[in-house]
Design a protein. Sequence first.
Length: 314
Amino acid sequence: MRYFTLLALSALLLPAQVKLSQAPDRIRIEINGQHFSDFFTSAAATKPYLHPLRTATGQQVSRSFPMDLVEGERRDHPHHRGLWFTHGDVNGYDFWANEKTQKGVGKGRGEVRTVKVNTLKSGKKSGTLTTTHEWIDGTGTKLLTELRTMTFYADPQLRTIDFDFTLTAATEAKFGDTKEGFFAIRLLRALEEESGGKMTRADGVSGEKQVWGSASPWVDYSGFIDGQPVGITIMEHPSSLRHPTYWHSRAYGLFAANPFGLHDFKRDKTADGSLVLKPGESARFRYRVIIHPGDTATFNPAEHFKKYAAMKLK
Protein backbone atom coordinates (compact mmCIF):
# COMPACT_ATOMS: atom_id res chain seq x y z
CA MET A 1 0.00 0.00 0.00
CA ARG A 2 2.82 2.39 0.90
CA TYR A 3 4.46 1.69 -2.49
CA PHE A 4 1.33 2.69 -4.37
CA THR A 5 0.89 5.81 -2.20
CA LEU A 6 4.45 6.92 -2.93
CA LEU A 7 3.96 6.14 -6.63
CA ALA A 8 0.81 8.26 -6.79
CA LEU A 9 2.52 11.10 -4.90
CA SER A 10 5.52 11.03 -7.20
CA ALA A 11 3.20 11.23 -10.21
CA LEU A 12 1.59 14.35 -8.79
CA LEU A 13 5.00 15.92 -8.26
CA LEU A 14 6.15 15.31 -11.83
CA PRO A 15 6.43 18.49 -13.92
CA ALA A 16 3.48 19.29 -16.14
CA GLN A 17 4.04 18.45 -19.76
CA VAL A 18 2.66 19.16 -23.22
CA LYS A 19 3.52 16.63 -25.91
CA LEU A 20 2.88 17.28 -29.61
CA SER A 21 3.34 14.48 -32.12
CA GLN A 22 2.69 14.34 -35.85
CA ALA A 23 0.67 11.74 -37.73
CA PRO A 24 -0.12 11.66 -41.46
CA ASP A 25 -3.43 13.55 -41.20
CA ARG A 26 -3.24 15.26 -37.81
CA ILE A 27 -1.13 16.46 -34.91
CA ARG A 28 -1.85 14.88 -31.55
CA ILE A 29 -1.82 17.03 -28.41
CA GLU A 30 -1.29 15.39 -25.02
CA ILE A 31 -1.26 17.30 -21.74
CA ASN A 32 0.01 15.71 -18.54
CA GLY A 33 -0.09 12.30 -20.19
CA GLN A 34 -3.72 12.61 -21.35
CA HIS A 35 -5.04 13.07 -24.87
CA PHE A 36 -6.41 16.60 -25.10
CA SER A 37 -7.12 17.11 -28.79
CA ASP A 38 -6.02 16.54 -32.39
CA PHE A 39 -5.32 19.23 -34.95
CA PHE A 40 -6.63 17.87 -38.25
CA THR A 41 -4.60 18.91 -41.29
CA SER A 42 -5.76 16.34 -43.85
CA ALA A 43 -6.15 17.41 -47.46
CA ALA A 44 -9.54 15.68 -47.33
CA ALA A 45 -10.83 18.35 -44.93
CA THR A 46 -11.99 21.74 -46.23
CA LYS A 47 -10.37 23.51 -43.27
CA PRO A 48 -8.04 22.62 -40.38
CA TYR A 49 -9.70 22.16 -36.98
CA LEU A 50 -9.16 20.96 -33.42
CA HIS A 51 -11.22 17.99 -32.24
CA PRO A 52 -12.16 17.05 -29.59
CA LEU A 53 -11.63 19.58 -26.80
CA ARG A 54 -11.43 18.21 -23.28
CA THR A 55 -11.24 19.40 -19.68
CA ALA A 56 -8.31 18.58 -17.42
CA THR A 57 -10.36 15.65 -16.10
CA GLY A 58 -10.99 14.30 -19.58
CA GLN A 59 -14.58 15.44 -20.15
CA GLN A 60 -15.27 16.37 -23.76
CA VAL A 61 -16.74 19.87 -24.17
CA SER A 62 -16.99 20.09 -27.97
CA ARG A 63 -19.58 18.40 -30.16
CA SER A 64 -18.50 15.18 -31.92
CA PHE A 65 -20.58 15.56 -35.11
CA PRO A 66 -19.72 15.38 -37.99
CA MET A 67 -16.40 13.68 -37.14
CA ASP A 68 -18.09 11.03 -34.97
CA LEU A 69 -21.71 9.99 -34.58
CA VAL A 70 -22.92 10.09 -30.98
CA GLU A 71 -26.44 9.22 -29.89
CA GLY A 72 -28.40 12.26 -28.76
CA GLU A 73 -26.24 14.89 -30.45
CA ARG A 74 -27.62 17.42 -32.88
CA ARG A 75 -26.59 16.71 -36.45
CA ASP A 76 -27.11 20.17 -37.87
CA HIS A 77 -24.51 22.52 -39.37
CA PRO A 78 -21.99 19.89 -40.55
CA HIS A 79 -19.39 22.64 -41.05
CA HIS A 80 -19.25 23.18 -37.27
CA ARG A 81 -16.12 21.05 -36.74
CA GLY A 82 -14.72 21.25 -33.20
CA LEU A 83 -12.76 24.52 -33.06
CA TRP A 84 -12.07 26.28 -36.36
CA PHE A 85 -11.17 29.64 -37.95
CA THR A 86 -12.81 30.67 -41.25
CA HIS A 87 -15.17 33.28 -42.70
CA GLY A 88 -18.37 33.09 -44.74
CA ASP A 89 -17.46 35.66 -47.37
CA VAL A 90 -13.99 36.32 -48.77
CA ASN A 91 -14.23 37.77 -52.28
CA GLY A 92 -17.68 36.22 -52.45
CA TYR A 93 -16.52 32.68 -51.59
CA ASP A 94 -17.81 30.83 -48.53
CA PHE A 95 -15.02 29.49 -46.31
CA TRP A 96 -17.45 28.95 -43.39
CA ALA A 97 -20.18 26.60 -44.64
CA ASN A 98 -17.70 24.87 -46.92
CA GLU A 99 -18.16 21.16 -46.46
CA LYS A 100 -17.93 19.27 -49.74
CA THR A 101 -21.61 18.36 -49.37
CA GLN A 102 -22.55 22.05 -49.16
CA LYS A 103 -22.96 24.43 -52.05
CA GLY A 104 -21.86 27.49 -50.11
CA VAL A 105 -23.19 30.96 -50.84
CA GLY A 106 -22.24 33.67 -53.30
CA LYS A 107 -19.71 32.31 -55.78
CA GLY A 108 -19.46 28.95 -53.98
CA ARG A 109 -17.13 27.26 -51.53
CA GLY A 110 -13.56 28.12 -50.63
CA GLU A 111 -11.08 25.84 -48.85
CA VAL A 112 -8.32 26.36 -46.29
CA ARG A 113 -5.43 24.01 -47.00
CA THR A 114 -2.53 23.16 -44.72
CA VAL A 115 0.70 23.57 -46.65
CA LYS A 116 3.38 23.36 -43.96
CA VAL A 117 4.05 22.52 -40.31
CA ASN A 118 6.70 25.08 -39.36
CA THR A 119 7.18 24.40 -35.64
CA LEU A 120 6.26 21.40 -33.53
CA LYS A 121 7.65 21.93 -30.04
CA SER A 122 6.76 20.00 -26.89
CA GLY A 123 7.63 21.26 -23.41
CA LYS A 124 7.24 20.89 -19.67
CA LYS A 125 5.02 23.96 -19.28
CA SER A 126 3.74 24.51 -22.81
CA GLY A 127 3.86 23.24 -26.37
CA THR A 128 3.86 25.33 -29.54
CA LEU A 129 2.56 24.51 -33.00
CA THR A 130 3.08 26.89 -35.94
CA THR A 131 1.52 26.12 -39.32
CA THR A 132 1.01 27.74 -42.70
CA HIS A 133 -2.30 27.53 -44.55
CA GLU A 134 -3.66 28.88 -47.82
CA TRP A 135 -7.20 30.14 -48.41
CA ILE A 136 -8.13 28.96 -51.92
CA ASP A 137 -11.24 30.14 -53.76
CA GLY A 138 -13.47 28.06 -56.03
CA THR A 139 -11.31 28.71 -59.08
CA GLY A 140 -8.14 27.46 -57.37
CA THR A 141 -6.77 30.98 -56.77
CA LYS A 142 -4.95 31.66 -53.51
CA LEU A 143 -6.55 34.62 -51.75
CA LEU A 144 -4.73 34.53 -48.42
CA THR A 145 -1.77 32.97 -46.66
CA GLU A 146 -2.43 32.21 -43.01
CA LEU A 147 0.32 31.89 -40.43
CA ARG A 148 -1.08 30.25 -37.32
CA THR A 149 0.55 29.73 -33.93
CA MET A 150 -1.17 27.68 -31.24
CA THR A 151 0.30 27.42 -27.75
CA PHE A 152 -1.03 24.74 -25.40
CA TYR A 153 -0.40 25.09 -21.65
CA ALA A 154 -0.09 22.44 -18.96
CA ASP A 155 -2.08 22.99 -15.77
CA PRO A 156 -3.67 20.65 -13.21
CA GLN A 157 -7.15 22.21 -13.57
CA LEU A 158 -7.28 24.32 -16.73
CA ARG A 159 -6.82 23.69 -20.43
CA THR A 160 -5.59 26.90 -22.03
CA ILE A 161 -4.78 27.53 -25.70
CA ASP A 162 -3.44 30.75 -27.19
CA PHE A 163 -4.14 31.44 -30.86
CA ASP A 164 -2.26 33.89 -33.06
CA PHE A 165 -3.48 34.21 -36.67
CA THR A 166 -1.91 36.43 -39.32
CA LEU A 167 -3.71 36.60 -42.66
CA THR A 168 -1.75 38.07 -45.57
CA ALA A 169 -3.43 38.86 -48.87
CA ALA A 170 -2.02 37.16 -51.98
CA THR A 171 -4.43 39.19 -54.10
CA GLU A 172 -6.92 41.84 -53.07
CA ALA A 173 -9.11 40.12 -50.49
CA LYS A 174 -12.36 41.45 -49.10
CA PHE A 175 -13.85 40.01 -45.91
CA GLY A 176 -17.55 40.61 -46.40
CA ASP A 177 -19.94 41.82 -43.73
CA THR A 178 -21.62 38.61 -42.57
CA LYS A 179 -22.40 36.99 -39.25
CA GLU A 180 -21.10 33.68 -40.62
CA GLY A 181 -17.66 33.59 -38.99
CA PHE A 182 -14.99 33.71 -37.66
CA PHE A 183 -13.20 32.04 -34.69
CA ALA A 184 -15.56 29.38 -33.40
CA ILE A 185 -16.27 26.33 -31.24
CA ARG A 186 -19.33 24.06 -31.45
CA LEU A 187 -20.12 22.98 -27.91
CA LEU A 188 -21.41 19.74 -26.44
CA ARG A 189 -25.19 19.62 -26.16
CA ALA A 190 -25.08 19.54 -22.35
CA LEU A 191 -23.48 23.00 -22.36
CA GLU A 192 -25.96 24.64 -24.74
CA GLU A 193 -28.13 27.42 -23.37
CA GLU A 194 -31.11 25.41 -24.60
CA SER A 195 -29.92 22.60 -22.29
CA GLY A 196 -29.38 24.83 -19.26
CA GLY A 197 -26.01 26.37 -20.07
CA LYS A 198 -25.34 30.09 -19.77
CA MET A 199 -23.29 32.50 -21.87
CA THR A 200 -22.00 35.58 -20.05
CA ARG A 201 -20.13 38.58 -21.43
CA ALA A 202 -17.53 40.74 -19.64
CA ASP A 203 -20.05 43.18 -18.13
CA GLY A 204 -21.91 40.32 -16.45
CA VAL A 205 -24.92 40.30 -18.80
CA SER A 206 -26.06 36.78 -19.69
CA GLY A 207 -28.17 35.02 -22.29
CA GLU A 208 -28.21 34.71 -26.07
CA LYS A 209 -30.55 37.67 -26.57
CA GLN A 210 -28.04 39.98 -24.89
CA VAL A 211 -24.74 38.36 -25.90
CA TRP A 212 -25.41 37.66 -29.58
CA GLY A 213 -24.37 40.62 -31.71
CA SER A 214 -22.79 42.53 -28.83
CA ALA A 215 -19.14 43.57 -28.44
CA SER A 216 -17.13 42.26 -25.49
CA PRO A 217 -13.47 41.40 -24.79
CA TRP A 218 -14.53 37.96 -23.57
CA VAL A 219 -17.52 35.67 -23.25
CA ASP A 220 -17.88 32.61 -21.05
CA TYR A 221 -20.21 29.69 -21.87
CA SER A 222 -20.80 27.42 -18.85
CA GLY A 223 -23.05 24.53 -17.92
CA PHE A 224 -23.05 21.04 -16.45
CA ILE A 225 -21.62 17.81 -17.83
CA ASP A 226 -22.56 14.68 -15.87
CA GLY A 227 -23.53 16.91 -12.96
CA GLN A 228 -20.19 18.74 -12.87
CA PRO A 229 -19.95 22.50 -13.59
CA VAL A 230 -17.76 23.19 -16.63
CA GLY A 231 -17.12 26.31 -18.68
CA ILE A 232 -15.25 27.63 -21.71
CA THR A 233 -14.07 31.22 -22.00
CA ILE A 234 -13.01 32.81 -25.27
CA MET A 235 -10.94 35.98 -24.86
CA GLU A 236 -9.70 38.40 -27.48
CA HIS A 237 -6.36 40.12 -26.88
CA PRO A 238 -6.51 43.95 -27.03
CA SER A 239 -3.95 43.91 -29.85
CA SER A 240 -6.28 41.90 -32.07
CA LEU A 241 -7.82 43.69 -35.03
CA ARG A 242 -11.03 45.57 -34.14
CA HIS A 243 -10.95 44.76 -30.43
CA PRO A 244 -13.35 44.23 -28.76
CA THR A 245 -14.87 41.69 -31.09
CA TYR A 246 -18.56 41.01 -31.67
CA TRP A 247 -20.10 37.65 -30.79
CA HIS A 248 -21.99 35.15 -32.91
CA SER A 249 -22.99 32.91 -29.99
CA ARG A 250 -26.13 30.83 -30.12
CA ALA A 251 -28.31 28.99 -27.64
CA TYR A 252 -27.87 25.79 -29.68
CA GLY A 253 -24.12 25.69 -28.92
CA LEU A 254 -22.31 27.78 -31.55
CA PHE A 255 -19.71 29.94 -29.76
CA ALA A 256 -17.98 32.37 -32.11
CA ALA A 257 -16.09 35.68 -32.15
CA ASN A 258 -16.66 37.71 -35.31
CA PRO A 259 -15.35 41.27 -35.94
CA PHE A 260 -16.97 41.59 -39.38
CA GLY A 261 -20.75 41.04 -39.21
CA LEU A 262 -21.85 44.53 -38.18
CA HIS A 263 -24.97 44.90 -40.33
CA ASP A 264 -26.25 41.60 -38.91
CA PHE A 265 -25.21 42.25 -35.32
CA LYS A 266 -26.38 45.85 -35.22
CA ARG A 267 -29.48 45.02 -37.29
CA ASP A 268 -28.55 48.00 -39.42
CA LYS A 269 -28.35 47.64 -43.20
CA THR A 270 -26.19 50.78 -43.41
CA ALA A 271 -23.47 49.33 -41.14
CA ASP A 272 -20.44 47.94 -42.93
CA GLY A 273 -18.03 45.62 -41.12
CA SER A 274 -16.17 44.53 -44.22
CA LEU A 275 -12.37 44.64 -44.49
CA VAL A 276 -10.25 44.89 -47.65
CA LEU A 277 -6.63 43.72 -47.67
CA LYS A 278 -4.56 44.75 -50.66
CA PRO A 279 -1.85 42.35 -51.92
CA GLY A 280 0.83 42.01 -49.24
CA GLU A 281 -1.25 43.59 -46.48
CA SER A 282 -1.91 41.61 -43.30
CA ALA A 283 -4.44 41.42 -40.49
CA ARG A 284 -3.69 39.79 -37.14
CA PHE A 285 -6.13 38.15 -34.73
CA ARG A 286 -5.33 36.81 -31.24
CA TYR A 287 -7.51 34.75 -28.95
CA ARG A 288 -7.23 32.67 -25.80
CA VAL A 289 -9.49 29.74 -24.96
CA ILE A 290 -9.69 28.47 -21.38
CA ILE A 291 -11.60 25.31 -20.50
CA HIS A 292 -12.24 25.43 -16.77
CA PRO A 293 -14.17 23.81 -13.92
CA GLY A 294 -16.99 25.84 -12.38
CA ASP A 295 -18.93 28.84 -13.66
CA THR A 296 -18.08 32.53 -14.00
CA ALA A 297 -18.47 33.09 -10.25
CA THR A 298 -15.94 30.43 -9.26
CA PHE A 299 -13.59 30.74 -12.27
CA ASN A 300 -13.63 34.56 -12.53
CA PRO A 301 -12.85 35.12 -16.24
CA ALA A 302 -12.25 38.83 -15.61
CA GLU A 303 -9.11 38.12 -13.59
CA HIS A 304 -7.80 35.73 -16.21
CA PHE A 305 -8.49 38.30 -18.93
CA LYS A 306 -6.46 40.92 -17.07
CA LYS A 307 -3.45 38.61 -17.13
CA TYR A 308 -3.95 37.81 -20.79
CA ALA A 309 -4.42 41.47 -21.77
CA ALA A 310 -1.20 42.38 -19.93
CA MET A 311 0.87 39.92 -21.97
CA LYS A 312 3.25 41.65 -24.34
CA LEU A 313 2.87 39.64 -27.51
CA LYS A 314 5.46 39.87 -30.27
